[in-house]
Design a protein around this ligand. Sequence first.
Ligand SMILES: Nc1ncnc2c1ncn2[C@@H]1O[C@H](COP(=O)(O)OP(=O)(O)OP(=O)(O)O)[C@@H](O)[C@H]1O
Length: 363
Amino acid sequence: MSITSLSLNDFRNVEAVSLSPQDINIIYGENGSGKTSFLEAIYFLSHGRSFRTNKYRNVIRHGAQKFTLHAKKHSNNLTIPMGISKNVQGETQVRIQGKASRRISDLAQVLPVQVITPESYSFFFGGPKERRAFIDLGVFHVEHEFLNAWQNFNRILKQRNALLKQRPRDIKLQLAVWDKEFVRLAQHITALRESYIERFKAHFFDRLCAELELMQGLKIEFHCGWKQSDSLADVLSENLERDLARGYTSRGPHKADITIKTDVGAAEHVFSRGQLKLLLYALKVAQNSLIEKETGKQSLLLIDDLPSELSEDTKRKVGELLSHCQAQIFITTIESESVSAVLEALDRTEALFHVKHGKLITR
Ligand SMILES: Nc1ncnc2c1ncn2[C@@H]1O[C@H](COP(=O)(O)OP(=O)(O)OP(=O)(O)O)[C@@H](O)[C@H]1O
C-alpha cells in the first residue's frame, strides 16, 4: 500500500473530493468527467508540476484562487502526510510530515510516481529528452549523489552556454576554467547512468521479459552524449567553433540517450503501436520494480486511458507485466469492464471510483 488517502480541492473541475485508494484503483467515467485530473493531482504531489501543461493556472479550478492537494502515504508502518498548494500568483507551498519544505525534489523522494498516457509513445518517436528523463528518474531514486551532480552540471552548462553567446575576448581562457568542472561532472553523471542502465537491463531482460516473446532479441543501448571513446575535453575543443556559431554546447551528458533495437531495426520502426505500448509498459514496470528492489520504496504507477488501442490479449499481457511490480496503480478508463483482462492478472485489492462532473459517485 502506498497512498491511503487523497484529497483534491479546486483542482481542474474537482471542487472537493477525498478518496481512500487501494492497491489497484480504477477511475472511470465519461470523457471530460475529470478522471485524468485525479492522476494529474497525484503527479503534482510528486513532481510539483503537471504532466499535461506547464501553465499552472490551467489546473486551478476556474474562479478559485488556489488548489490544494493532500495525501497520506503509508509505508513501513509509518504514515507520512504530504500536501501541495499553488495559488494564482504562482506561489507554491509544500508540506511533508507537517513541515514546510522548499524543495520540490523532497516530494519526489517521498512519492516516486511514473505516468503512462496515450501521448507517452512520443518516448519512442520524439527527441531524446523524454528517454533521458526516464533514465534519470531511475538514477535519481537509486543514486543519492545524482541530483547534486546533475544540478551542479546544469549550472556550469548554463554558464558555458552564456559564454558561447557573449563571446568575450578571453573566451578560451574562461572556458578552460569551466570545462574542467564540466568534464569532471559529466564523467560522474555518466558513470552513475551507466551503472544504473546495466542493472536496469539485467532486471528488464532476466526478470521481466523472459516470458514475453516480443521482447526476445531486443537490445537497449546507452549513448552518453558524445563519442565515448574520445576524451570529452578534446570533444569540447573540437566542437568549439560549431558551438560558438550555435551559441550552445552540443556535446555532453545533457545530450545522452538510449536506443531500443530489435534484430531487424529500431523498435519504433518495427513494432506496431500496440506492441510499442506493451514495450513501454515493460520499461516502466522494470523501472518501478528496480527502484523497489534497490531502495525499498514503493512507487506509484499512473496509467491514463489504459484500454485505448489494446486488444484483449495485449491487455492480459499488460496485466501480467504489472503483476511484476508492487507499485500502487491508478488506471483511468471510460468503462470499468474494459480493463477486466488487466485486473484478472493482478491478484491485489481493488477499488473502483466512478467520476461524474468532477465528483465521485461511488466509493
Ligand atoms: N481549471 C479548470 N477549472 C474547471 N474545469 C476545468 C479546468 N480545467 C479543465 N477543466 C474541465 O475539467 C474536466 C477535466 O477533464 P479530464 O481531462 O480530467 O477528464 P477525463 O475524464 O480524463 O476526460 P477524457 O476521457 O476525455 O480524457 C474537463 O471537463 C475540462 O473541461
